[in-house]
Write a protein that binds this ligand. Structure first.
Ligand SMILES: Cc1ncc(C[n+]2csc(CCOP(=O)(O)OP(=O)(O)O)c2C)c(N)n1
Length: 328
């Protein structure tokens, strides 16, 4: 564990709570999906929680967020309410996108959370545009753009890095390198698997960090964001992490062995932090149990909220579409 952020009791409690909220929320989503309460595609973040918890600890409300379809963690860490998020998962009107976005397209303008994006690499140009606007409207604000290592194969990654550097735009590019792009292992796809190094060709500063260590992620993110605010220049933070579950809800996972997953589970970010907190006496088992109980109640309330929610009336289907503007 790194000690360059101020690890007082409140701070570590917040980090642990942030990770546990994501994990427990998604465990419930998994259950709800199997009984078809949640439908469509759903991609879980199980194993990657330290990335969101660490990066968001370093962001401010004025900063903007762009994420991928694997974005429940970012949404919760950003403070999008669990009730509203669960209602969105259900497709209910009370969701943050009136149930029109679902798991993959969580969006909340008030939180400056600009998606949720199903297109691999699709968020990067959006982040560059938002940062360009912020540079004029709110100098010092940062846009944090999350994407998987699979997006690095896309032209949009290279175009976005290039423009962000040329135009000196305040983007924190956060690569969530979980080693697999669906069934494609990083080493089989990339001639240069060291993703952080790619930034150099755009004259962008970069760093790779252990994405299973929430404190290490936060320390790196604090440093990177402070640098962006001071210089206005972009930065690439590669977080080396792992997803334990299938790419989407189900896949045969023929691309990896069980032993590999088990080895990564031993480095689980929640387990690591809890063990460290207990060993150092910063937190006792009873307190962790209390946090778990609070989160269990929050998840149960979110499910009840979503269950009690309403469906958007069919008559409103064309609202917010171009059809809405066509004279009838
Ligand atoms: C432009 C585009 N190409 C292909 C796909 C199909 N696809 C969906 S997810 C995915 C893998 C992306 O992997 P990565 O970026 O590493 O993110 P992860 O799912 O591991 O979080 C692919 C190829 C897509 N959605 N968009």
């Amino acid at each position: 564990m790194n000690d360059k952020v101020h690890l007082d009791h409140t701070h570590v409690r917040n980090l642990l709570t942030a990770m546990l909220r994501i994990r427990r929320f998604e465990e419930k989503c998994f259950e709800l999906y199997t009984i078809e309460k949640i439908r469509g595609f759903m991609h879980l973040y199980d194993g990657e929680e330290a990335v969101s918890a660490g990066v968001f600890a370093a962001l401010q409300p004025r900063d903007a967020i762009v994420a991928t379809y694997r974005e429940h963690g970012q949404a919760l860490a950003r403070g999008i309410g669990m009730n509203m998020l669960m209602a969105e998962m259900y497709g209910k009107l009370e969701g943050c996108c009136r149930g029109r976005g679902g798991s993959m397209h969580v969006f909340d303008r008030a939180a400056r959370f600009y998606g949720g994006n199903a297109i691999v690499g699709g968020g990067l140009p959006l982040a560059v545009g938002i940062a360009m606007a912020d540079k004029q409207l709110d100098p010092g604000a940062v846009t944090a753009c999350f994407f998987g290592e699979g997006a690095v194969d896309e032209g949009s990654f290279h175009e976005s890095m290039n423009l962000a550097s040329l135009w000196q735009l305040p983007v924190l590019f956060v690569c969530e390198n979980n080693r697999y792009s669906m069934g494609m292992a990083l080493e089989r796809a990339e001639a240069e698997p060291d993703i952080a190094r790619k930034a150099a060709s755009y004259r962008i500063g970069s760093e790779a960090v252990d994405g299973m260590d929430v404190v290490a992620v936060e320390v790196a993110a604090q440093r990177a964001i402070a640098g962006i605010r001071n210089t206005g220049k972009p930065y690439l933070l590669e977080c080396r992490t792992y997803r334990y579950r299938a790419h989407s809800m189900f896949d045969a996972q023929l691309y990896r062995g069980k032993q590999e997953i088990e080895a990564w589970r031993k480095r689980d970010p929640i387990l690591q932090l809890q063990t460290w907190l207990q060993q150092t006496g910063m937190m006792h088992e009873e307190e962790i149990a209390r946090i778990e109980a609070e989160i269990a109640a929050e998840v149960a309330a979110a499910v009840a909220f979503a269950e009690a929610g309403t469906w958007e009336p069919v008559e409103e289907l064309e609202r917010f579409t171009l059809m809405d503007r066509v004279p009838q």
